[in-house]
Design a protein around this ligand. Structure first.
Ligand SMILES: Cc1ncc(COP(=O)(O)O)c(C=O)c1O
Length: 347
């Protein structure tokens, strides 16, 4: 049975071109620095985001963790949004493994953090306090509707970071969605930051992997951190080969996903009892709320749509996120709208 899977863009599987590149990849022991395919991917990645160097890591979580652990010492503090992925969904790794203290400040509805909130959270030099070291932004901001942070905003935070002697890391898991939506190169969005992580295994469809990018010196240190995390991979060129295809062929098409997400939102917005958030959707995610008075919950929608071979997931009983990606076509958009409309009409 073919499922239309709207749960996330992480469910994407590799394209035939990726599978063939993987089968033919030239490989070596990457811990010895001998895998030419990994080296090529790292060079391409660094160039894409305008940084000197890049490091292939197993996941976005590992990329963010390696970044924080390389930037910070134990007892240092990072400032990040209260709805950021690194704070909410990375198993507390920065504190569990790095002894790094997370200081959360409010994410606005568009995923930004007010600059005055960042400044207000910076610690004074005082033996009572942890040492503020790093600011972490997320672009696009997942929990804020997949909203891209604009170039001016990121520049503003970059300037603020430099003025206060802090570093800036961007969790750019979906930085290319942001770049395509804003019509700006990813390198411009990354320029104000010291480091950025981006993922190959979401909208870009590669099976595994993310890149942590920064200065040559930072990446030299991060390579060691990756080793400490158990992330030194051997013939990783098999995976990197898919990543190269992803960067070469899957970035420019992300706009198609954004258009389909807008069509999806337009269909959902017509259904009584559904309130689309961040409407029209800025990138590939559609968040919506159910009116509790309809008697429907997200769980009942999940069950009703499963019988139509459509996979959904919920944030809570009344809030849902649908994600559009390469394997979601126009027909799947129509089917999910029809399926949700039918379920909502007979609770
Ligand atoms: C914004 C954001 N950052 C980081 C990650 C982590 O990526 P991974 O699942 O590869 O660890 C995700 C995953 O969905 C994400 O949405």
């Amino acid at each position: 049975m073919e499922w239309a899977d709207f749960r996330s863009d992480t469910v994407t599987y590799p394209t035939p071109a990726m599978r063939s590149a993987m089968a033919q990849a030239e490989v070596g022991d990457d811990v010895f620095g001998e895998d030419p395919t990994v080296a090529r991917l790292e060079q391409m990645a660094a160039k894409r985001v305008g940084m000197e160097s890049a490091l292939f890591v197993a996941s976005g979580t590992m990329g963010n963790l390696a970044a924080v652990l390389t930037h910070c010492q134990r007892g240092d503090e990072i400032i990040l949004g209260h709805r950021s992925h690194t704070y909410l969904h990375e198993a507390g790794g920065v504190s569990a493994l790095g002894g790094v203290h997370p200081r959360t400040v409010p994410n606005q509805d568009d995923g930004t953090i007010e600059p005055q909130d960042i400044v207000g959270a910076i610690r004074a030099l005082d033996d009572h306090f942890p040492t503020t070291r790093l600011i972490v932004l997320e672009n696009t901001h997942n929990m804020s509707g997949g909203t891209p942070l604009g170039v001016n905003y990121v520049q503003q935070v970059g300037t603020l970071a430099r003025e206060h002697g802090l570093r800036l890391h961007i969790d750019g898991a979906r930085i290319f969605n942001a770049a395509v939506a804003l019509g700006r190169p990813a390198s411009e969005l990354a320029a104000p930051a010291d480091t950025i992580t981006f993922c190959l295994s979401k909208g870009l469809c590669a099976p595994v992997g993310s890149l942590l990018c920064g200065s040559a010196e930072f990446i030299r240190l991060a390579r060691r951190t990756r080793k400490q995390l158990g992330g030194g991979m051997r013939q990783a060129g098999i995976l990197a080969a898919a990543g190269i295809v992803a960067l070469e062929t899957m970035v420019d098409r992300l706009g198609e996903d954004h258009q389909r997400a807008r069509r999806l939102a337009a269909g959902l917005r017509e259904i009584p009892g559904i309130q689309v958030e961040h409407d029209p959707p800025p990138t590939n995610m559609v968040y919506f709320r159910l009116d509790p008075l309809t008697g429907m919950t997200t769980q009942s929608l999940i069950e009703a749509l499963a019988s139509r071979s459509i996979r959904l997931t919920a944030r809570n009983p009344y809030r849902m996120r649908l994600v559009v990606h390469y394997w979601i076509d126009d027909e799947a958009i129509q089917q999910v709208v029809e399926g949700i409309a039918a379920a909502m009409s007979k609770p």
